[in-house]
Design a binder for this molecule. Structure first.
Ligand code: ZN
Length: 223
């Protein structure tokens, strides 16, 4: 499926709660997205995390927490580790597969926290803020790098990116995370979002696509 980049499903979304350990995310890894929010382009990977309680499936109803008015979608390629990675090893050796994900972000809270110089957990780590599709084996990493991925909201493509535009490549990201935090089996890495982030509304239908293959489909529900 999805051209020749992706192979079979290695984990279904039902299996993910038993698989996923640490959730790492990379901020500002696509220049056009850094610029759209008025942020400087980072000089080294910008890493933050989410609690595993944030994990949810890109299927059925996507329940957003109450009391947050401005939750943005950020569609991202997610790497899933099958084994421990050590800096300098070929990155693909320890990756068991890839998924698409949404790094959901409470933009109002994030702007407030950024201004106050406070950590981002409240804006990025809430329940269901880490959305994932099934995980697929990678047949061809070079094809992965050149295949577009996108988020379609209510029938309109709102975000589309291609991994070759990343400021920091997968090798750099995994080396950096392994060196500073540790990177083992079950850890997942959200690798950054391209431009086009925006707010979700109750009833939105979201489709996550890689090439022309739909990997995830869900409907936004507000609590
Ligand atoms: Zn993100």
């Amino acid at each position: 499926m999805a051209g020749h980049a992706l192979g079979d499903v290695v984990y279904t979304i039902e299996q993910l709660p038993n698989v996923v350990r640490n959730i790492y995310c990379i901020g500002r890894n696509y220049r056009d997205h850094a610029v759209e929010l008025g942020n400087a382009v980072p000089e080294s990977p910008m890493v933050f995390g989410k609690p595993t309680h944030a994990l949810t499936a890109a299927a059925g109803d996507l329940m957003l927490p109450a009391g947050r008015q401005n939750i943005h979608h950020e569609v991202e390629i997610v790497l899933v580790m099958g084994d421990a990675h050590r800096p300098g090893e070929p990155f693909a050796n320890r990756v068991s597969g890839v998924a698409l994900g949404l790094d959901l972000t409470d933009r109002d809270a994030q702007n407030r926290l950024k201004k106050a110089g406070q950590p981002w957990e409240f804006a990025k780590g809430f329940r269901h803020a880490a959305v994932m599709t099934d995980v697929y084996a990678v047949n061809d990493w070079d094809a992965m790098l050149h295949t577009p991925f996108r988020l379609i909201r209510n029938g309109q493509t709102v975000q589309e990116g291609v991994a070759r535009d990343m400021l920091f490549h997968w090798q750099t990201l995994l080396d950096f995370i392994a060196e500073h935090f540790g990177l083992g089996a079950g850890d997942v890495v959200y690798t950054g979002t391209p431009a086009g982030v925006g707010p979700l509304e109750d009833g939105d239908e979201l489709v996550l696509q890689f090439a022309d293959a739909t990997l995830g489909r869900c409907r936004v529900r507000r609590a």
